[in-house]
Design a binder for this molecule. Structure first.
Ligand code: MRU
Length: 348
């Protein structure tokens, strides 16, 4: 099942807010619909929102019918600003939009049709490279997974969160495909239940054994010796290896350290932000209170109660055993190993 596809000049998105109950696609004909879909998590997960935003920028340019290069560039920058503002934490969003803008600016083409074609090709490249990169993450990562491993994961870092195959779930899929007989514990991931709704759904389709737990069960699971390692995705990784990911990830990393378990992060290089020295500088999205006070539209808290709802947290690099990227596995000290991978010099 495709997370997204480009079809007849439209972006067709699987509406993840409806899963697992309904498989419904939305047809985006303009960039405003794409922006709304990203804001409301119809499409979500760092690499997926990067690719969706890239196609959103294409739609913004297609619908404007600019008369010349200057008009088209102005429109592209305006649309990119709107799309970039939809979700602040995952750097893949700004990364994808900047890549498209840079492609436009570097081109000598003057005809709007030609420039639009360039944009479409670049959006396709982002999508394709993400899918290929996830397969490589899977291959690098599965080498770290022992036969019969019982793996805990959080949120959804699967095919749904990417162009396909997934990052953390890509590692699990590759281990499964290698015949390692792995099994998975999926945290439900409050408040929006990406683990319960999406991760279990994906794994069941692939016949990978999965057991759903609520977030507050992870400590006891580890204390009982029922899990061998943790693997999660990332929304942004700072230059020193601090990792922003779905709220609750930090707690799992602390627990893994206490119980002597490896804690792996799987992410493409597009998630690494060398411009930020540490996780302290990563903007953390805060979302509306209703996500906490309501479950599937039903109130579970007194009306008007004060709520704090950060969507992500930051795991300090010292708790991360390794970062599995599409170009290799980075180990501490991350300041050196991540910079080496991003600059194309391999793992230091
Ligand atoms: O709020 P979401 O559902 O977009 O959060 C997603 C996550 O935190 C994922 O773990 C992360 O984006 C990595 S996806 C490969």
């Amino acid at each position: 099942m495709d997370t997204m596809r480009w079809e007849n000049g439209m972006l067709v998105l699987l509406d993840q807010t409806k899963l697992p109950g309904m498989v419904e696609y939305i047809h985006c004909r303009d960039y405003e619909t794409v922006a709304e879909a990203i804001r409301s998590l119809r499409v979500r997960g760092a690499p997926a929102i990067g690719a969706a935003a890239a196609y959103g920028l294409v739609l913004g340019v297609l619908t404007a019918e600019a008369k010349n290069r200057e008009e088209l560039l102005a429109r592209a920058r305006e649309v990119a600003d709107v799309l970039a503002s939809t979700r602040p934490t995952a750097v893949n969003l700004a990364w994808a939009l900047n890549r498209l803008l840079a492609r436009l600016e570097a081109s000598m083409a003057t005809e709007p049709e030609e420039l639009t074609e360039l944009l479409i090709n670049e959006a396709h490249a982002i999508y394709r490279e993400d899918l290929e990169g996830n397969k490589r993450i899977g291959q690098f990562g599965q080498e770290l997974i022992p036969h019969g491993a019982r793996i805990l994961t959080h949120c959804n870092a699967g095919a749904l969160a990417t162009a396909g195959y997934g990052t953390a779930l890509g590692v699990i899929r590759a281990a499964h495909e290698a015949g390692k007989q792995v099994s998975v514990y999926a945290d439900e991931t409050r408040p929006l239940l990406q683990g319960a709704r999406l991760t279990t759904w994906e794994l069941i389709q692939d016949n990978i054994p999965v057991t759903l737990i609520t977030d507050n069960m992870a400590a006891y699971l580890m204390a009982r010796g029922m899990v061998d390692l943790v693997v999660v995705g990332a929304d942004r990784i700072a230059a020193n290896g601090d990792v922003a990911n779905k709220i609750g990830t930090y707690g799992l990393a602390v627990l893994a350290r206490e119980h002597g378990l490896p804690f792996y992060v799987a992410a493409p290089l597009s998630t690494i932000d060398l411009s930020l020295a540490s996780g302290e500088d990563i903007p953390i999205e805060e979302r509306k209170p209703e996500e906490v006070t309501h479950l599937a539209g039903i109130p579970v808290a007194p009306p008007g109660v004060k709520v704090w709802n950060p969507a992500f947290d930051v795991t300090p690099a010292r708790l991360v055993t390794a970062i599995i990227t599409d170009q290799g596995v980075a180990r501490p000290p991350y300041g050196e190993s991540l910079a080496g991978l991003v600059r194309g010099n391999g793992v230091v």
